[in-house]
Design a protein around this ligand. Structure first.
Ligand code: AVJ
Length: 323
């Protein structure tokens, strides 16, 4: 199929362009956080994960380092061969511990990392075999559901799904419930879902993770405007936008916005978008849960909790659910 190119060299029908224009021409402007992760965005996210304030990475790393054997026990309770499918694999630094343990047990499995970033998948396919020479890797670049469906066509083995890193937090509670329901619909009776939730905690600690003084999170958000400039022919002046993060301890919603610092017009391809001074673009939600709320999501989406693994501070939980 040939790609139709518009005057600005933007592929007509590109979902990135359509989503950006739909989001910025709406009454309440928004951009989807799934577009944060181009090569530069991946790099800034690495820096976020190394920040002292971004407690999530260390908390989940602690779980994977200290409780991998218990997690592997649950997976290995069924002796049959399986596909280990990771949604939003990123650099897989945490999953490597689990992969190593499964290899040590000589279990028959293939690792299928799914990521929205092509760059991430290429990196994993190149670098994982260096760390884990006997691992079978099959990278899938694309949206979660399309790629889970594709994985199902590749083999009929039982599936163990990994959805870690609090990636589910990028959905609001209603969307998370719908997502888990839809995921369950793709699974069979012997399948497992291992899912990581960032837990509610001191609101100041949560806010600090998304509002660092060094401005790394700010640059992570602003990079999406630069990406629109680079890929969609936009002319955002990123110095005219500021980052604003908020956390509501009642709902557990941690949200980030970009604030227009002046009345301004921005062109993206053929479209001109008007921003009022102090108008916000809603960029991202990082939803936090209490443990009962985690169990509620499991129940309402039809999953049965099997085990919970916490870090020492109970900042984070990796839950194992069965269908
Ligand atoms: C990758 C979705 C888990 O929401 O904590 C980090 C992304 N955004 N800092 C999160 C993110 C701002 C992150 N997740």
């Amino acid at each position: 199929m040939s790609t139709i190119i518009s005057k600005q060299n933007i592929p007509v029908g590109s979902t990135f362009l359509n989503d950006v224009l739909a989001g910025l021409t709406a009454e309440r402007k928004s951009l989807s956080s799934k577009y944060f992760y181009d090569e530069i965005g991946d790099h800034i996210f690495q820096q976020i994960m190394e920040m002292e304030d971004y407690y999530l990475t260390n908390a989940e790393m602690e779980i994977l380092q200290h409780q991998t054997e218990q997690i592997a026990d649950v997976i290995a309770a069924d002796p049959s061969a399986f596909d280990l499918i990771e949604l939003g694999a990123g650099d897989a630094t945490k999953s490597v511990h689990l992969l190593q343990s499964l290899i040590n047990r000589q279990l028959e499995f293939t690792y299928l990392p799914i990521d929205i970033s092509r760059h991430v998948i290429e990196d994993l396919e190149e670098n994982l075999p260096k760390k884990l020479p006997t691992l079978k890797v099959e990278g899938l670049n694309g949206d979660y559901f399309a790629m889970v469906k594709k994985a199902k066509t590749l083999s009929s083995r039982r599936k163990v799904l990994l959805f870690m890193g609090a990636n589910i937090g990028n959905m609001n509670v209603a969307e998370a419930e719908e997502f888990c329901k839809a995921l369950r619909n793709e699974l069979s009776a012997e399948d497992l879902l291992i899912i990581g939730f960032d837990l509610k905690k001191n609101p100041r600690q949560i806010l600090a993770a998304y509002d660092d003084a060094a401005g790394i999170t700010k640059s992570f958000n602003l990079n999406l405007l630069s990406r629109i400039n680079r890929e969609l022919g936009g002319d955002f002046d990123i110095s005219k936008f500021d980052h604003y993060a908020s956390y509501d301890p009642e709902s557990g919603a941690c949200k980030s916005y970009l604030i227009s610092l002046s009345d301004q017009l921005v062109n993206i391809g053929d479209e001109t978008i008007r921003f009022h001074a102090n108008e916000h673009i809603y960029m991202e939600i990082s939803q936090k849960y209490s443990l009962p709320e985690v169990s509620e999501i499991a129940a309402s989406s039809g999953f049965i909790p099997v085990a919970h693994f916490f870090d020492q501070h109970q900042y984070f939980v990796d839950a194992i659910w069965k269908v």
